[in-house]
Write a protein that binds this ligand. Sequence first.
Ligand code: ADP
Ligand code: MG
Length: 446
Amino acid sequence: MDYSNPRTREQIYASVLEEMSTKCSDASFNWLFKNTIITYMSATRVDLLTPDIVGANTINKRYLNDLEEAFEKYMLNKVQVTVSSKTQAVQAAKDEEKEDDGKKYTAYDLRYNPNYTFENFVIGSSNQVAAKASFAIADHPAELYNPLFIYGPPGLGKTHLLFAMVNHMRAKNPHAAILYKTGEEFTQEMVDSLVQKSNIAFREKYRNLDVLLIDDIQFIEGKDKTQEEFFHTIDTLFQQQKQVIITSDRPPKEINLEDRLRSRCEMGLIADIKPPDAELRMAIFKRKSVDMDVDIPDNVLEFLAANIKSNIRQIEGAIKKLKAHSFIEGKKITLDMAVSVLSEYLKVAETQDNKIQNIFDYICKKYSVKKEVLTSGKRNADVVYARNLCIFAFRTLTDMSLKKIGGMFGKDHTTIINSIANVENRMKNDPAYEREVNLMLRELGE
Ligand code: ADP
Ligand code: MG
């Protein structure tokens, strides 16, 4: 198995089915598994849907253990499998169906992640304001701060907090109309509704919610039409005393938004999340190793926490990598193993200057451009291409403010924001470009 390139759920499921085909006759396999599909998959849970209730019961009675073992083998995790039939599932979906559009937001919304809860969000000084405000608001929507605006660099738990809020609010009030969308999805839906002339339905949907959560609002930067629609959406919600929650990678004042929208965003509570300090990293490592069912000795945990610093997604990645290695080699995790397996995650404590220099060196070499040209006002396509990537790397990999980055290129912070948006947008639309950027971030030691 190639762990650097995780398998898609289709690939995992294909392997599981192959395994199951060896455990029952062809006739049973065709009846039970051929038309059975995955409706939900997370690291620890898989839901399957089968056409008839007798089939579901038979799988549950006879093949559940085999199925769980097969999934475990390919997912490297203890997995709980649930099998239900269409009739059961339709009922469950109906129970959960939201009024918003009647077909999309059901129990089988694939990205709805029940593993993201407040209970498993580890709190430290760098994230406690955001976490506590999220909890208070999920517990008392529209009674405290409106909107709640959470910002911080990627991988530090913004989406986790939003899902935790959704989970908490749904549990407390199953009938509330709660909608989670990314800034990108909101934009896309709005554009589609204009094309299909269904903008009234679009408005109805968004303006009749109890709670609207918009993740990564920075996506609507520079998009006037979307911003206008978004402004009226949240304005209507505020007037009806409905809760709005927004996240972004930066504070409202650094996002290129129309003034009235920016000031709306600033009207409630703004909470930031900073990179975790050593104590919080250690706590997260401990917690994740328990959640992910991996036995990691204390000295290894200390070593990891001292070396993996910037991003919590990396912490999970590191544990997964170690787990896979210990699984393949059939050995317990030791400090030596951690050192060798994680070498790519580890870097000597780099000073900021060092980092800046590395980024310039990398870009200049890879795109054959001189540093003086990169930081000049030259606007040839090649230079702009390299410059945007360079700016994006600074923003992602260093703590420099937009102003400081702008200073290095003789530009103001709006230009820097545009360069970053340019890279982000292109990454979304061009997979080859996305790979190029990700490779850059990896090579520069994200
Ligand atoms: P963001 O949306 O800020 O980019 P995510 O919410 O996607 O970040 O978080 C990345 C990963 O790190 C997720 O798997 C999340 O569960 C985990 N994570 C982040 N912060 C914490 C925390 N404080 N405690 C536990 N897990 C966390
Ligand atoms: Mg996120």
